[in-house]
Ligand binder design. Sequence first.
Ligand SMILES: Cc1cc2nc3c(=O)[nH]c(=O)nc-3n(C[C@H](O)[C@H](O)[C@H](O)COP(=O)(O)OP(=O)(O)OC[C@H]3O[C@@H](n4cnc5c(N)ncnc54)[C@H](O)[C@@H]3O)c2cc1C
Length: 384
Amino acid sequence: MLSFAFSEEQEAFRATLEDYARSTLAPAYRQRAASTTFPFDALAELGELGLLGIGMPKEYGGTGEEDPIMLGLATETLAYGDVNVAAAPVQVGLTGSQLALAGDEVRERYLPPLIEGWETVAIALTEPGSGSDAAALRTVASPVDGGWRLRGEKTAITWVMNASCVVVYAREPGTTGARGVSAYAVPMDAEGLTRSHLAGMGCLPLGWGTLHFDDVFVPATHRIGEQGTGFRSVMSHFDFSRAALGLLCLGAARASLDEALAYSQQRQAFGRPIADFQGISFLLAEQATYVEAARWMCYRALWLRASGQPHTAQASMSKWWPPVVAKNAIEAAIRVHGNLGYAVEFPLQQRYRDVFAYLIADGTAEIQKKIIAREAYRRGSIVW
Ligand SMILES: Cc1cc2nc3c(=O)[nH]c(=O)nc-3n(C[C@H](O)[C@H](O)[C@H](O)COP(=O)(O)OP(=O)(O)OC[C@H]3O[C@@H](n4cnc5c(N)ncnc54)[C@H](O)[C@@H]3O)c2cc1C
């Protein structure tokens, strides 16, 4: 039998989060989103709800097993209330999955506060000279007595302004491509490490910024995983977390379309509610169709991962199309609201700017299409 139903446990989880997102997160979303202050109070609440431990080692407070569907449900449902706060389970899942590969010292120091939500860890791959072509990174880790010295620069890094540690990707001197790249856990107070804030068009509370490594000493205990495996390891996690980011964007889109649906029934023009005009109701019907299709595509990618099946192409589909669907849906909701949609006291324009980040972050649409095309040619079929 084919079933699109969530389990009872998943439904209960979703219902709890829906209540939290609508009653606690949504009312203060616009205020939080307009500030560069990191919402540590909300992060601690997510920690208490167990949302930051999905897939994290049990001994540090996590769930143990990876749970892609729960991760997707969490991001989609939270994003209905606050798309920036909703990014936390994905970000923690990504950084935590890498820290979990480190030795005891690093795991014990950083995983418990990350899972409880009172500290953050950033992940730094992108550099001024390499983004989409991430394996072309130039930051170098030179071996020295007792560890390494890091030299280089990272840019466009989420959470870097509030993090206590950063997972950094750097290469062995003289290497090229992905093979020479290892990951290092670097405390933010390490000597020679400086950070500066970058102003973006949205996602202000997420502490976006740059990092400069000026011969930063990293002890041998702080390398993550085997030498030269850093790049492959982070790509394997991106491989499914991308679908959770698609759902995050769709959660924000659903909130916007619900607002447009309600507004269109109240707002009168030409002696009747604007919902009576098919120019409005068909616009909403079209957006609802796209959101529905994109949503199930994301859950299918997560289900494939959860059931141990190949999912790379589906995760890439879920990363390039749903953010576009979400952006267009929010734009439609803005138009339904007329001048009010453009006004800063309404959350729509804020969601538009926050969601736009995911058209670029974690890999652009072009890079996702490159992956999908590669997989299609490899299989010799366009239908999965
Ligand atoms: C809000 C936000 C948060 C981010 N957070 C992080 C973070 O926490 N950590 C981190 O390491 N990075 C982060 N990034 C960086 C992000 O991963 C990169 O911006 C992204 O991978 C694109 O790289 P780039 O900006 O250098 O663009 P480029 O690689 O220079 O690309 C420029 C344009 O060329 C296109 N292009 C490139 N190659 C090809 C190709 N082969 N075929 C077709 N088109 C191509 C791209 O799609 C894009 O349209 C973040 C970015 C944003 C916007």
